[in-house]
Design a protein around this ligand. Structure first.
Ligand code: S3P
Length: 163
């Protein structure tokens, strides 16, 4: 299982989809699975049920996906915040797409889909998560100023090198 993590705007979905294509694996985005299961958008779930309920569902969905068939699995930016989810990630190859705060905000500028962007303190959220991403990652790839193709190529070369 290849799991792609990183902050909002890191390129998890774009690069993850590309990686899956190149590796001949299915691509799964945990947020999309959550939305399909709930029949509502992430934004609606946050608004109606609150973040803790979203996080519980997120954990269950990620646990189910990790127990399923091999895939490239992109997680939401906060999925690795929970220790019980991090424990499950120990069995996976975890690719951390790192992005600077400024660049991540440029990439998601104008986005109204992500509920956390509407809250104050996104910079603190970002800073607080960096150590977690590093801790969980088996591979870290910098993405600032780079095209998805180049990032994908680096991930593949380095996965091959450590396989
Ligand atoms: C979140 C990131 C989002 C989504 C939700 C919460 C976060 O996913 O899971 O809005 O806590 O960082 P992306 O990282 O794909 O934007």
């Amino acid at each position: 299982m290849i799991v792609v993590i990183g902050f909002m705007g890191a390129g998890k979905t774009t690069v993850g989809r590309m990686l899956a294509d190149r590796l001949g694996l299915p691509f799964v985005d945990s947020d999309l699975v959550i939305e399909q299961r709930a029949g509502r958008s992430v934004r609606e779930i946050f608004a109606a049920d609150g973040e803790p309920a979203f996080r519980d569902t997120e954990h269950d969905v990620v646990a189910g996906l990790l127990a399923g068939p091999d895939a490239v699995l992109a997680l939401g930016g906060g999925a690795a915040d929970r220790q019980d989810t991090r424990d499950l990630l120990k069995s996976a190859q975890v690719v951390y797409l790192s992005v600077g705060f400024g660049e991540s905000m440029l990439r998601v500028a104008g986005d109204t889909y992500r509920p956390l962007l509407a809250r104050p303190g996104v910079d603190e959220l970002y800073a607080g998560r960096l150590a977690t991403y590093e801790q969980v990652a088996t591979l870290t790839v910098a993405t600032d100023g780079r095209l998805p193709e180049a990032i994908c190529q680096e991930v593949i070369s380095r996965l091959v090198a450590i396989a």
